[in-house]
Ligand binder design. Sequence first.
Ligand SMILES: [Mg+2]
Length: 420
Amino acid sequence: MRSRHPDPTARRRFLRTALGAAIASHGASRVGAAAAQAPAPGGPTPALAPPARGAVKITGLSTYRLPDAIFVKVETDAGVAGWGECSSDNRPLMETFVHHGLKEEVLGRDPFDAEPLWDRMFFENHDLGPGGALPNAMAGIDLALWDLKGRLLGLPVHKLIGGAYRTEVRAYGSFGVGFGRRMTSLEAARTAARFVEKGLTAVKVRMQIREHRQNPEPEPTFEYVKAVRGAIGDGVELIVDANNGYTAARAIEVGKRLAGDFGIRYLEDPCSDQNHRETAQVVEALDLYVIAGEKEYTRWQIADLITQGNPDFLNPDPIKVGGLTEMKKIAAVAQAFSKPIICHNTRPTLATAASLQFVASIPNCGPFLEFPDTDSFGKLMGAMRQNVDLRGGSLLVPRAPGLGLDVDEEAVRRLALSIQ
Ligand SMILES: [Mg+2]
């Protein structure tokens, strides 16, 4: 049984092995091995070459279903493990998907083969849906692999995926008014005020309307926005998320009043993510910034959103799009269209760390990063020995190896509803 605590000698053993392999690569054995793996001239290119001699191999993969999250642990024969997080929309389904479809694509493989491993997980399961559950589940593995590689090399992940454009990012506090029992406008005002008390300088209220309650009557948004604006004052940025709840005509009507009466500058998901044409109409008509993209999962889908919907800011989420490997491609597509990214982020631990490592590494980071109400995630926060750092309204990019956080595996085991 492996130690539950990181073995401090494991990384040194890995580095010695890697250094030895690098030196050996000047000799015949390494060159010979590489030549043996090379495709014959004109022959087919293998989907994924076998691990080279001396390479680290993935030996185990476990899921921990927690009350508010699902964590993935990837273990290796180097004695070093990495932790990631899947999207939480349906945690039993995430567990199943990881263990029946994805795990077999990575076991026995070299964790440094990031791109071909991502391709194997995605394209071998593509018929199950390129958006939603597949990339949601893949994210847990991809993030664990990046965490693992950072730990093996002793570097924070942002140093492996592009380097540091920034060391911190302004956070906005994000909360929803609810689906079934909706909080009162007074409760919304108090929730928003708690963020400001914690030092945050921007807040988002999610109206959680959605397409099947489109254009609700009476219109609920103004009552909430009025109460929240009254509680936080004019000096705090207030973002409104319609959660896809309006037609273009209603969104334009609501957006004009939000801007004129309440000083709103950012409106998120005014229309259905299934209808980019309406988003484009809203962008054209309104004199405020439109954010969209939390339900786009791939570089191809984000390209369609940009070219058809033309939002001002994009908000993909690392735990929804299949991890940092795809986020970097999405960022490149977005940069080609001069679109900054404001990460969607509704989980306060590993997902937030992944978002921070990502925004550190890209030039087109938007003005904020979403951050949830940590008071709503008490148990999950207790699963971390060390979590993200919020100072002066900004989240600091973790600088420790990997994603930069320290999972308390004993606490995770106690908290878990299921371990597989
Ligand atoms: Mg949203």
